[in-house]
Design a protein around this ligand. Sequence first.
Ligand code: CDP
Ligand code: MG
Length: 745
Amino acid sequence: MAKISALQGISKRKSPGHHTPRKRSHKRDHAWVDVSDDDLEVKSTKKPSSKSSIKFDLSSRKKPRLSTTSGPSGFFSNDSLQQQRKQLPIYAGKDAVVDLVRENDVTVLIGETGSGKTTQVPQYLLEAELAGSGMIAITQPRKVAATSLASRVAFEQSTSVGSLVGYSVRFDEASSSSTRIKYVTDGMLVRELLGDPLLSRYNIIIIDEAHERTLRTDLLIANLKTILQARNGSASVNRTGDKGKGKHKMPGNYNPLKVVIMSATLEAEKFSKFFGGVKVAYIKGRQHPVIIYQTTSSQPDYVDAALRTFFQIHTDQPPGDVLIFLPGQEDIESLEKSIKMYANQVPKDSLSILICPMYAALPPSMQTRIFLAAPVGTRKCILATNIAETSITIPGVKYVIDTGKCKEKRYIAKQNGTGFDTLLTRDITQSSAVQRAGRAGREGKGFCFRLYTEDTFNALPLTAEPEICRCTLASSLLQLRCLSQNLEEVDFMDKPDEESIYFAIKTLVLLGALDTHKTLTPLGRKMAAFPLEPPLARALLAASDLGCTAEVLTIVSVLSTSAKLFVDSHDVRDAAVEARRKFRHLSGDHLTVLNVVRAYEDVSRSEGKAGRKDWCRKMFLNERCLAEAMSIRTQLRDVCERHQVDWKVGLREHEGSDGDQGLILRAIAQGLVQNAAFLQPDGSYKQAMGHTMIKIHPSSSLVDKKVPAIVYDELVYTTHVYARGVSAVPKNFITETQILRQRTG
Ligand code: CDP
Ligand code: MG
């Protein structure tokens, strides 16, 4: 392919404002090097190396072109859908997969994205009656994937979600007594362990996207090993002839369990070895060649580079959808604005552009759009995080633009005596880069534009470090303690380091969930019952002692949403601050949030749905966040009821009565005791339990205020370490809790 030229008429235009394209370089646009000689073309899954591997070679089959219309809201008959199912690469291996699972307790299944693992395998196993009378669970690291897959599979089964096929994710569930296939987040299944340590409702558990090695997935994998022993006994492989109808009932009346580990890339041997050398099946995907281009120089402003590359493709290249990988929601929103701004400047006869964002926090109603074919005369431009790398397959993509960046949760500053998780933008791994390029070759020859150089690619790590080695472990440790397990003793695929374990223990002792002998306290057990991070669960239970459960429940619900409450883009910031001034509480952000929700409830009552929407717009509030918070609150109230916490108890409200509201802050401070900082003589803040110097985030209502002590929801790491979600509290709220825990905890 010829070198892609600079975009005529656009590259020299003035920057349209401060979103992006930020500073536009007037240098020559990137020169592309074609590096796709035979060796670098994206290839199908690595060939199996072990003797125990089985391979379904589908290369001799006709390669039918898949229809680009799919998904629950597509308009096509179920007949054609059933035809599509038969054209998936995995279909040819259906019997082999079913036999393998029938004959083995654990199977590792490797296959390229789009081959049909996630949607088809549960249906095959159900049809073959391998689940007996139990359920099949399929785990996903992300909520969006679990819910959208459930819709898709329900549709394939001609039913609605929640009947035969359901899902269960944090704060949302659709299932019934007739549910047999359930898509769940890995976190939800860990939570189910607490009430049902042998996961006895499930006869088949499929751990999907295992290569992502999330903390919860690793926790599940470790537990499955012991569950298998308990339910299946030690002679766990080779059950030839077992039709899975409960013939092998074990003492204690448990049905035997089947485990399937599914993954898109490599690491198959590691999973196999962990379960004692189980069989690995490889499904070869249908992959067309992808030509990969890399830049000759590095592109520090990757959003701007993506913008230019998109328009180069759009003006020069034949039809075909474009998938752009970006690290996170902010970059996606920023690029969306820029593309819209420039879209009317392309030649009149160009295709029109349909932008589809895709990130974990996107509401389900907007997710279905990306699976629909672009209308005639339109080019779809999907702006996605690494969620589109393996979890979901988007049809119609011919061009991929890869910024080479992703966001990763990471535990930092632990050397300072206290650690915290933060999302950092970082370079992707080589295996991610290969996955991303592969998205372009699903339906025909494709093109991938890497916005980084070949040297950069070569220097990338091969695979990502498992989350267990880089995130805080407090919440997992608490769950394990409820199962009478210790982090140190669990047989993990990769062991967490001692320092991280030490900090997790320290956090839980400080919160009163463990005593100083590391024994689980009744309070700790109660905290674990709430689907909340330990600090928020602690704040809620403290509120119940202090008589302000209703208020703290509201605040905690907002803090647990996936969206931001305040609409705060650069261009509206001043107007937004002005509009929301009346909600501001002197003590800071937590009580400000409470004021916002109270006002929202008043408006809902007096003006109904339409009025509420309008009000949110005028106040620069994200209505989606508020609606989600209301739904979370309802569910947390149910949990409260199940655990004898009276959620109705609240302060008797006297307008402006700070004395009462101090109790709310006291409860919040008990939860956020580790997230506290004290004012220093020079006007900066220093962590109460650590040495990190922090600043109050510009988005906080306390910015520029000097108060003796603050507590905060989280730290974000940019040019400085910033505290976000900040409240001023009396210093003794912090010191008293610390001393109390050290003495009694
Ligand atoms: O798990 P794997 O990547 O192997 O494939 P899958 O998720 O089972 O997807 C199989 C096929 O179903 C793909 O071709 C997708 O395009 C299609 N699909 C869809 O159209 N809509 C969904 N919500 C999910 C899958
Ligand atoms: Mg999948």
